[in-house]
Design a protein around this ligand. Structure first.
Ligand SMILES: *Cc1c(COP(=O)(O)O)cnc(C)c1O
Length: 486
């Protein structure tokens, strides 16, 4: 076929497809091999990106290799490398090559993962991987269930829609939901999306360790009952994003049991730590949740997007989400042939289970356990290094691979404003230099540097080098601050 004919069918010749595909694989492998030597951070303004990328809608074709080269040279380099060993901020995305290829297969074959009839094996594989997760988290595999989502936010949303349906039915006008001031913002977003008013949300303060304050929680629930309101759900954090703190899960489960409330656990960040020894201890009680969010594209090393919701009873999901339009009649299976479109919000879904399946099977659960344990240990080693130094103070100790600290040399009087300023600028300088992605958070009103160390390819040497650089910037900032006094 001539070029125009191929183009009008959106096709390439066989040789073109092969050559194009191999070229992309080479780029991806090169990325995995060389990312350590690149700068993890890219900063670019809207103006710069506008001038680089804005163009008219292309009416005429462009040679495929030309478009690919443009992407590889201009777009990819202007993205932060979240799998870089010195990418310490937010929640990094360590990823892994097997899953990248698995995603390519899922997309290459364009597997529809919505209904049983369309792809029985894809549905079964989702059930299989879901059962593995149910077992890992101590949920019952007989009645338990769940669904893969685009991420933790969608899993939290799906959980809260389900909780509301099962606990409140159609009338949730008096329903009240409880979560701590350290709970992830996606929970509040979900609560708003499903139509709760501000007056129905109780943000409970946290204690000195950033755990939800149990006595305040109990008291507020009691007051709400007195006022004739309907407490219906507590959201507990199993690993807050700020500090890795786990709320007291058993105590919260007791309250939920006593008060007949839904217990949702947001383990999007920390859930994976159940595969590590000390993580398992910290997460005790997680098995008592009615619903649990975990996020494989974080600490289970999957590329974006895959989140996961687990529930104690899979019928809760179908009772909440099942709708029966006429055109889906013919693909209804029997009770056990699950249609995942009945278990969540999406109808057409990509085949997310495949990458989790292939990477778990290829590397083995044992390797995942080791990788997670390694990163928890890494944070503890980092804490030990910081504690030995005379210029750093720990603002929140290493917990589930997260550590917070700030520059404050012993014997230096510095006001809170000055400390905030110094630490903010350390972050600014290290990011601007492209040395590391290390940004700040705020804990108890103090600006603090935060490291989230879930990348198994980060070494203690990487961290030492970053800290040395931070210390140099800290000293510079200190000199500038002290000049002000003269
Ligand atoms: C990251 C995170 C989320 C949101 O997950 P996404 O995958 O980013 O949508 C929710 N809760 C916690 C605790 C998180 O760390």
């Amino acid at each position: 076929m001539i070029r125009d004919d191929l183009n009008s069918k959106l096709k390439l010749s066989k040789e073109e497809m092969q050559q194009y595909g191999y070229k992309i694989i080479d780029h991806i492998v090169d990325h995995f091999e060389t990312q350590n030597s690149k700068k993890p951070v890219t900063i670019a303004s809207r103006e710069e990106m506008d001038s680089l990328l804005t163009e008219q809608i292309p009416d005429q074709p462009t040679p495929a290799n030309e478009v690919l080269d443009f992407v590889m040279n201009q777009i990819i380099p202007n993205s932060t490398i979240v799998s870089h060993p010195k990418s310490y901020s937010f929640v990094p995305g360590p990823s892994n090559y097997i899953s990248v290829m698995a995603d390519t297969i899922a997309t290459g074959f364009n597997i529809f993962s919505g209904g049983w009839a369309a792809s029985p094996a894809a549905a079964e594989l989702e059930i299989v991987v879901m059962n593995w997760l149910l077992m890992v988290f101590g949920f019952p595999t007989k009645n338990g269930g769940g669904i893969f989502t685009s991420g933790g936010s969608m899993a939290n949303l799906t959980a809260l829609v389900t909780a509301r349906r099962i606990k409140c039915g159609d009338d949730f006008s008096k329903a009240i939901i409880y979560l701590s001031d350290q709970a992830h913002s996606s929970n509040i977003k979900a609560i708003k999306v499903i139509g709760f008013k501000k007056e129905q949300i109780r943000i409970i303060p946290t204690d000195i360790e950033f755990k939800i304050s149990l006595n305040k929680l109990k008291n507020i629930i009691a007051r709400d009952r007195l006022e004739g309101l309907q407490p219906f759900c507590i959201i507990a954090s199993a690993g807050t994003t700020n500090t890795g703190t786990v709320d007291p899960l058993h105590e919260i489960a007791n309250i939920c049991q006593e008060e007949n409330l839904w217990m949702h656990v947001d383990g999007a960040y920390g859930g994976a730590a159940i595969l590590a020894n000390n993580g398992k201890k910290l997460l005790k009680g997680i098995e008592r949740a009615d619903s649990l969010t975990v996020d494989p594209h974080k600490w289970f090393f999957q590329p974006y997007e895959i989140g996961c919701l687990l529930v104690k009873d899979h019928r809760w999901l179908s009772n909440t989400f099942s709708e029966k339009p006429e055109y889906l009649r013919d693909i209804e299976g029997n009770e056990s042939e699950i249609n995942f479109y009945d278990h969540g919000i999406q109808l057409t879904r990509r085949f997310r289970a495949l990458k989790f399946y292939m990477s778990l099977k290829t590397f083995g659960l044992k390797s995942f356990k080791k990788a997670i344990q390694y990163t928890i240990d890494l944070a503890e080693q980092t804490e030990a290094i910081l504690r030995k130094s005379t210029c750093w103070e720990i603002t929140s100790p290493a917990t589930l691979a997260i550590i917070n600290f700030r520059y404050h040399p012993i014997g230096k009087y510095l006001s809170e404003e000055e400390l905030d300023h110094i630490n903010q600028n350390i972050s600014k300088k290290i990011v601007e230099a492209g040395e590391a992605l290390l940004v700040t958070t705020v804990l108890q009103g103090q600006i603090t540097l935060r490291m989230c160390l879930i990348n198994p390819r980060t070494t203690i040497e990487d961290i030492k080098n970053t800290l040395i650089q931070c210390e140099i910037y800290g000293k510079e900032e200190l000199v500038m601050t002290q000049k002000k006094y003269n």
